[in-house]
Design a binder for this molecule. Structure first.
Ligand code: AR6
Length: 169
């Protein structure tokens, strides 16, 4: 059984086996939580990302996929980078957002991670409405078969926390 917990705060301050990053396909950093993770985690994370780009992920990481690197100086063993879809009013990309959570948990299982901290993937710069992003996140984690014992959603502000709390109950 996976326990879902909610925390309001900065994900880079969390202690967990794996911390999930809402990255972009380049894997080379950006703003939002991605920028914060690279800033606090230090250059080892970017060095690992560059190695991935030089190897298997030469074209970058497709939307909905996930891949792990070192967590550098973060209080975690790994950062799992996933690429959320940009929100679209024309096209339903929910399945792609659900895939981010499923694939991140699959990578976590491969690593043997038991505690995994997630941000609200796609709910910032990528424009996803918070309520919907929260529903997809919680429903997907509940429906995923994983050995991860704790999935902790780390929400940056009260609005995001409340959006997730509606679904976690
Ligand atoms: N801890 C926890 N949550 C955070 C933090 C933090 N330190 N900082 C921001 N958030 P975003 P996206 C929240 O924009 O929408 C980057 O440039 C934020 O309030 O980080 O998936 C990437 O490189 C929001 O609720 O990710 C991509 O280009 C949530 O994290 C693009 O942004 C996600 O917001 C990805 O956009």
């Amino acid at each position: 059984m996976t326990t879902i917990t909610l925390v309001q705060g900065d994900i880079t301050r969390q202690s967990a086996d794996a911390i999930v990053n809402a990255a972009n396909s380049s894997l080379l950093g950006g703003g939002g939580v991605d920028g914060a993770i690279h800033r606090r985690g230090g250059p080892a994370i970017l060095a690992d990302c560059r190695r991935l780009r030089a190897g298997h992920h030469g074209k970058g990481l497709p939307t909905g996929q996930a891949v792990a690197t070192t967590a550098g100086e973060l209080d975690a063993r790994w950062v799992i980078h996933t690429v959320g879809p940009r929100y679209s009013q024309e096209e339903d990309r929910s399945e792609s957002l659900a895939s981010c959570y499923r694939q991140s948990l699959r990578v976590a299982d491969e690593l043997g991670a038991r505690t995994v901290a997630f941000p609200a993937v796609s709910a910032g710069i990528y424009g996803w409405p918070l309520e919907d992003a929260a529903r997809i996140a919680v429903e997907t984690v509940r429906a995923t078969d994983t050995a991860v014992e704790e999935v902790r959603f780390v929400l940056f502000d009260e609005r995001a926390y409340e959006a997730f709390a509606q679904w976690v109950g």
